[in-house]
Write a protein that binds this ligand. Structure first.
Ligand code: BG6
Ligand code: MG
Length: 217
């Protein structure tokens, strides 16, 4: 087998929480009269909460905001976001994701999460995947978010795997860059795949099963 481990981004790969991020930021931006659409939203993929806010505020024209005011805005967005997360259940894990995860595990691969989100443990619990992954590296154990490779390097370390044996799965261009910067191959979905940011650009997560087998004889 070409790879021994797969490190998954969470939002937009394992579950569709990327849409909830969008809606929560959109509500905040609308309230403040800041133009914000899905094109800007794509730049927030993989980026930390405060860095996301800074991207949204590029179009803000009101009075200067203090750090405390910015933190309050980010908190407000997160509170709204978490009301959506609170509604999630194992039904929000799609068949294709569940079946792919199980197939990869049955093939003997080690599976990890590499996400910029501080809400990772909560989301994994909501969708019934608490304790499923061999390692979870997330927004709570990093100091630099994607495109910095830190979150993936830490995931590989937790697994005890060399980077070249790990395949990263991402929907964010920043995440694909992070995987490459960490010396890993990257398989992309969604926005990142549309940008051709991966070594593999997929239409369905099920394609991972063939990708990890590639080169096998
Ligand atoms: C990433 C998302 O997974 O997590 C980003 O793609 C988000 O859009 C980041 O900003 C941080 O998430 P959280 O849950 O810590 O606000
Ligand atoms: Mg993502």
């Amino acid at each position: 087998m070409k790879f021994k481990a797969v490190i998954f981004d969470l939002d937009g790969v394992i579950c569709f929480t990327d849409e909830y991020h969008y809606r929560a930021w959109k509500a905040m931006a609308d309230e403040m009269g800041i133009p914000f659409d899905r094109t800007v939203n794509n730049r927030l993929r993989g980026v930390s909460r405060m860095a996301s806010l800074d991207i949204i505020l590029e179009k803000y024209t009101g009075p200067a905001l203090s750090q405390a005011e910015k933190e309050k805005l980010a908190q407000k967005k997160n509170d709204l976001y978490r009301t959506s997360l609170a509604e999630m259940s194992p039904k929000d894990l799609s068949d294709e994701v569940r079946e792919t995860l199980n197939a990869l595990r049955d093939m003997g691969l080690r599976l990890a999460i590499g996400s910029s989100s501080k809400n990772t443990p909560f989301i994994l619990g909501q969708i019934g995947l608490a304790g499923f992954f061999d390692a979870v590296s997330d927004g709570n154990n990093i100091t630099r978010s994607k495109p910095d490779p830190e979150v993936f390097v830490k995931a590989a370390d937790m697994l005890g795997m060399a980077p070249e044996l790990c395949l990263v799965v991402e929907d964010a261009v920043s995440g694909a860059e992070a995987g490459h910067a960490g010396g890993m191959k990257v398989a992309c979905l969604g926005d990142a795949a549309e940008h051709g940011a991966g070594d593999y650009n997929m239409r369905s997560i099920r394609e991972l099963i063939d990708i990890v087998k590639e080169g096998e004889n």
